[in-house]
Write a protein that binds this ligand. Sequence first.
Ligand code: ADP
Ligand code: MG
Length: 709
Amino acid sequence: MATPTQKAGLLDRSIAHLRGIGPAKAELMAKELSIFSLGDLLYSYPFRYVDRTQFHRIIDILPDQGNVQVRGKLVTLTSRGENRKKRLIGRLRDESGAALELVWFRGVHYLDRKYQVGEEYICYGKVEEFNGRLSITHPEMEPAREAVQDGAATFEPVYTSTEKLNKRGLDERGRRKLIRSILDQLSPADLPDMLPSYLCEELRLISHYDAVRAIHLPANQMELDAARRRLKFEELFLLQLRLLQLKVSREAQVAGYAFGQIGKYFNTFYRDHLPFTLTGAQKRVLREIRSDLGRGIQMNRLLQGDVGSGKTMVGLMSMLMALDNGFQACMMAPTEILAYQHYESLKEYLEGMDVRVAFLSGNVKGKARKALLDDLAEGKIHFLVGTHALIEPPVVFQNLGLAIIDEQHRFGVKQRAKLWRKNAPYPPHVLVMTATPIPRTLAMTAYGDLDVSVIDELPPGRTPIKTVHFTEHRRERVFGRIREEIAKGRQAYVVYPLIEENEKLDLLALEAAYDEMLHKFPRPDYQISVVHGRMKPADKDYEMARFKNGETQIMMATTVIEVGVNVPNATIMVIVHTERFGLSQLHQLRGRVGRGAEESFCILQSSVKLSKESRQRIDTMVETTDGFKIAEADLRLRGPGMIDGTQQSGVLQMRIADLAQDGKILAAARERAITLLKTDPELQRPDHRILARYLDKHFKTIKGWSLIS
Ligand code: ADP
Ligand code: MG
C-alpha cells in the first residue's frame, strides 16, 4: 500500500540521513523490512504496545492464557542438543516464586552470550504447556534495567524486527529512538489531513498528524484508541473511495451489449426442461444478472455460492439469455475434468432443445478441432465449454456475448485479459463463479469494485453431511465405517495432506498408507484408485475415471481431488491428518461427498495432540457445513491475506486495518465513500481536492487489478 505522504522532501529522504544510521544500516533496513525512506519508517506502525506497568505473576499463569508479560530473574540458561536440533533453554523466576521456561531454537549461539544469568528481564510471549510445564518459545526479552532507563513511556511501541537488525542495534529500542527523532522534525504541515474536515468532525476523528504521532507514542490507552480509529478509518475509506471510483469509471467507459429480451430459448427451457424448481437464491441471482445484462454496460459479476448450491444452472440460464439475444456464450473451468463435467451437465440439462454445445480443451486436436473452430466462427456452435484452451488466440467466436468462469482464483490476470479481447466492438459480459465463500468484509475489499451475488441457500432435500472427529488410534473404527458404506454399494474418498516441503516424503507416506489400505481392503473384493500430484495428468484422469465409473470403491488421494470431481455415489470421506489442512480446504474437500440422495459422512482423523488452533478448526468443521460461517472462522483464525481466492489481491495488505476485526469501520468507510461520490463524483469540491490528488498519486499502481476479466 502507498504511504500517505504529502510532502515530497522530508518524508522521501533516505533513512541513511538519520542520526545513528549510516549507509550500511540503511541498506540492512531496506533489505530486511523494505524500509527506505523516513516516510516508510513513519508509516510502519507498531504491531503492539507494552504497558510496562502491568505484569503477570508466574504463579497465576494458566496454560491457555495466551500472551503474557512477566518480570523476573533469569536463573539458568543452558543449551541442549546438537547441531540443527540445538536449542537454548532458560528459566525465569519472579517474585511469586514460580518459574517459567524460555526456549529458543534460532540464534542459540548468539543469544547464549547475550542473556545473562542473574539479570532481571521483562519477558513477553505466548505461553504453552508441554508435559505439565509452562514455557514461552522465542520470547521478546528486554533487560528490566534498560526498560526503566528508556524513559517515561509506560506504553511502549513494539515494531517488527529481525535477528539481523537486532544484532546491529536496530532492535525495539533502536527503532523507538529513530521514530522519536523523525517525529521531532515533523510539524503538522508535513502531514496534512486528506480527509475533509466535515467528515472528521462528524465522525470525531483526530487529525492525521496527531494520529501518526500517537500511534507511535501514545500517552495512554485512550489516545491510542483514538489514533487507531482514525488511521483505520482513513485507510479503509481511501481504499473504498478508489475502488468505487474505478467501478464508476469502468461502467462509464466499458460499454457492453444490451441483452434486451428474454426469449424463446430461456422461456422454453424454463417451462419444459428445468428439472427442478429454482431456489429463492438462484432466482434472485438470475434477476440480478438479467438486470446487469440489460443495461448496455459490460457485466463483471462475481457469483459466490457454496459447493452444491446450483451455480451451474444459474450459469446455463444466463447463457440462454445471451442466446436469446443472438449471442454465443462460453463456460470455462480450470481443469479438463471439471470442464468436461460442465459440458456433460449442460448437455443433459439441454437435452431435447435445439442448442448446440461443444467441448474444447488442449486434447481436442486435428480434424475434430478444425471442424469445431470452423463451426464456432460461423456461429453454428452456441455454447462452448472447456479449459483455458478457449481463450487462446486461434479460437474465434462469431459473436461472444457472455463468458462464465468457474473457480475464478485459478484463472490468472493475463488469461482474463485475453478473454476481454475475444470480442469486438464490446467485450463479453463476464460472470465469475466461485465456491470459495469469501467473508463480507473481504469481498467488499478484494472485490470492492465488482458486483457480487451470493447463493446462500442449498437446494432442498439434501441430507446434511455428518461430520465426526476421530483420533488416529481409532483407525480400525474408521476402516469399519468405510467397509459399511462400500457394503451398501457406495464409494469412499481417503484424503492425505501434501507434505509440501518434501514431495518425496509425501509419496513415501502415501505409499505406506496404500500398503496398509491394501491390507485392510484386499483384492479382489476391493479395488483402490490412487491419485497424487506427481502423476501425469493422463494417469490421473484414468484413475479418476475408474473411480467415477465405479470400477474402484476407494479413492486415495492427495488434495488434487479438491477441484470439483463429482461422484454422487461417494458417501464417505476420510481426511487423514486433518490438522494439516486449512479450513477452507477442508470445506472444499468435504463438498465432494453429499452430492447424491444418500446420507454422507466426513471423518476428520487427527493425531491425539492438537494445537488450540487445529482444535478450533476441527470443531468448526464438526459444527457447521455453512461455507460462509467457515470462511468467517478462517478469517478470524488466520487473518486476511491467507484466505483462498484473495491472495493475489494487493489491497488486502493493510497497514493498520484488520479485516477480521474492523468490519464495522469498513462498513462505515464504504458508506461514507458512496455518499461522497454521489455528491461530488469527480472530487472537484475544494475540500475534496486533496483527496483527489492523494488517490491519483497513491493508487495508480493498482489501477486495473480489479478488472476481473
Ligand atoms: P455448484 O456448481 O454450485 O457446486 P451444481 O451446479 O453442480 O453446484 O449443483 C449441484 C447439484 O444440485 C446438481 O446436481 C444440480 O442439478 C442440483 N441442483 C441445482 N439447483 C437445484 C435446485 N434448485 N433444486 C434441486 N437440485 C438442484
Ligand atoms: Mg460447480
